[in-house]
Design a protein around this ligand. Structure first.
Ligand code: SAM
Length: 280
């Protein structure tokens, strides 16, 4: 359907394609995203039963699309993703998906009632953010909704400062009670401090170590085996994901030029940003 705008920019030129291709090999075992929880807690109430056309940005293994189809049986649900590995998994369970980048959508103007972005804007590169939002705006019909859930700096700031402060205080208490263990808490405090970079709004250096350990643990528990060297290397590679953590100003700024009206936002210190834009 529509013109294939994706042909303008070959997918191989997308620096993140390599990352997501490797991630797709492990996604089922290591994914920390839980589509069922996201659906129950957020999306299910926002999509009217009579919605006829829904676009999902970044489909991973397609489980989020399956939920939408199950609970909104009247809707035509289509998804896009730049990773052939992810798309293969999504297609295997009968989803309709297209291989393209979010900033070059191969659809006519006004094709969808709803566009969903579940941790999608947070993982794309910063330099394609504006064009991606512009494309979402273009393919939405008038009165259609853009529903997003992305990472938000307030929640990260709270967790980042609280965890490093708590470990620091435990270190000081240990100095009084039992000094030999105080260095453990001071080290943890330092690592917690480095998990988030509040000026760049990205994950900090030690976040990679924490993610690597988490991924490794999930791999071992789910595959019930110790990773071989190449798997270990892959897991280390995918632990260094660029994640953009939005400030309120940034996210609203990205939406501003594009006839989208921000409607709701969940609690003040939420870890996530929940936004619904209605196209005017
Ligand atoms: C964090 S996942 C989204 C999680 C998803 N909501 C779920 O429930 O599984 C991001 C997805 O977007 C895809 N992706 C990343 N950058 C992209 C881009 N610029 N264009 C299209 N897809 C992209 C990745 O391949 C990946 O499948």
């Amino acid at each position: 359907m529509g013109k294939n705008l994706a042909s303008k920019a070959p997918l191989a030129d997308q620096p993140q394609t390599a990352y997501w291709e490797v991630a797709s090999k492990y996604w089922r075992d290591i994914a920390t995203v839980n589509p069922k929880w996201a659906w129950d807690s957020y999306y299910s109430n926002l999509i009217p039963d009579e919605t006829s056309r829904i676009l999902v940005m970044g489909v991973t293994n397609g489980s989020f699309m399956e939920l939408i189809k199950r609970f909104k049986p009247h809707a035509w649900v289509c998804g896009i993703d730049l990773s052939p590995g992810m798309l293969k998994m999504a297609i295997s369970t009968g989803n309709e998906v297209i291989c393209c980048r979010g900033d070059c959508l191969p659809f006519e103007d006004g094709s969808f009632d709803i566009v969903l972005s579940d941790y999608f804007l947070s993982v794309i590169q910063e330099d394609v953010l504006d064009q991606t939002v512009r494309e979402i705006d273009r393919v939405l019909k008038k009165g259609g909704s853009f529903i997003a859930k992305e990472l938000r700096d307030r929640g990260h700031l709270v967790l980042w400062s609280a965890s490093s402060l708590a470990c620091g205080l435990l270190g000081v208490s240990a100095l009084v009670v039992y000094p030999p263990v105080s260095w453990v808490f001071f080290t943890l405090s330092g690592l917690a401090l480095l998990t988030y970079n509040p000026t760049a709004h990205t994950m900090g250096k030690s976040a990679r170590i924490a993610k690597f350990l988490l991924h490794l643990m999930r791999f071992v528990l789910r595959r019930k085996k110790i990773p071989v060297l190449t798997e270990m290397r892959d897991i280390f590679f995918i632990s260094e994901k660029y994640l953009h953590i939005f400030t309120d100003k940034e996210l609203y700024g990205a939406f501003e030029p594009y006839s989208l009206e921000i409607r709701t936002e969940v609690t003040a210190f939420s870890w996530n940003f929940s936004v619904i834009g209605v196209k005017q």
